[in-house]
Design a protein around this ligand. Sequence first.
Ligand SMILES: N[C@@H](CCC(=O)N[C@@H](CS)C(=O)NCC(=O)O)C(=O)O
Length: 422
Amino acid sequence: MALVLHAGNSNKNAFKSLIAAAYSGVPVELVKNFEMGVSNKTPEFLKMNPLGKVPVLETPDGPIFESNAIARYVTRLKSDNPLYGSSLIEYAHIEQWIDFAATEIDTNIGRWLYPRLGFGPYLPPAEEAAISALKRALGALNTHLASNTYLVGHSVTLADIIMTCNLYLGFIRVLTKTFTSEFPHVERYFWTMVNQPNFHKIMGEVKQAEAVIPVQSARKPSQPKEPVKPKTKNEPKKEAKEHAKPKAEDADEEEEAPKPKPKNPLDLLPPSKMILDEWKRLYSNTKTNFREVAIKGFWDMYDPEGYSLWFCDYKYNDENTVSFVTLNKVGGFLQRMDLARKYAFGKMLVIGSEPPFKVKGLWLFRGQEIPQFVMEECYDMELYEWTKVDISDEAQKERVSQMIEDQEPFEGEALLDAKCFK
Ligand SMILES: N[C@@H](CCC(=O)N[C@@H](CS)C(=O)NCC(=O)O)C(=O)O
């Protein structure tokens, strides 16, 4: 019978044990009809956790509260669980990163986020201190992840589960792309983790915050995208409570007429003789003689002034040890490229008949550079090495043709899959 976990279905602390359970094959299910603030305040609930906080796990031996304790319990239900490492030192390192995730990451995200949500007074200097402590912690994490795929050892452990769940809350509420780009290895780690099937089925699609969540107050001030810097100079002393009020200049900003959405700079480029949709139609409609019809048609249409071609090469191929995880990773990338559909065409090849699989691709982009909005908004771009195709080099041109037509073998190897973005 499944163990019952009391929490709502979007609670990152509950995710920890649900993900650990998914990895361990332990049946854990969320209690039905949980209502935050109601279900966790009943006398029955308070007997399980006197603080009335979630999550709480009901076990045959009694309830457990504190999400990390619950996740450890669930993990230990499977004997010799690889989530717990396989040596004393691994066990210690897992505990080390669990504590780091709690004290350095979760605490500082909380100190930044919760006052903004109205849980406690919003004090800009306190926010700045939280952000700087968080940056220090993320810097250390980034350095560790520069040479480690996972926190400990060579596969997912409980430390990765807890770290990712704690980062999750930050990523969806306050850690914008501008903020996280300072920590590229943390980004790569986070997105790799949340796209693992056992994470994805619990967390669903994760979307990074586009702006820091505004301070919740009666009259919402408009918020800058980046953390508010405290004003120190010439600022009259105010009571702590007053900081919670929207600042006058923010309110003024809010009342300004909405600015028209700026045009995508790619729409301002000189017109091109190449009509992307025509190429996409030719690609889709060519069923036979692909080389003679589609590939020849491509080179006839290709406008090297209006468009550029790029090879991409996944930087972490040694992580591609499971075929469907690799395919999902590439599928997710293509989904996230949706924002570039008007300006791009792509082929992604998953290469090899044995793991680790190689992921290589070819992209056609409007303009001479990879569009900046794609670099900024699609985190996958940083997971690849990008090389501009030199079409005066016949060998590179031939490689482009082979990638478009899914030639197999490709560079001497079988194709596991070829996906097209059109
Ligand atoms: N350290 C605890 C934190 C638990 C916690 O703060 N839970 C929040 C929701 S995420 C809660 O139940 N708050 C309700 C309350 O404070 O009454 C854990 O990891 O389980």
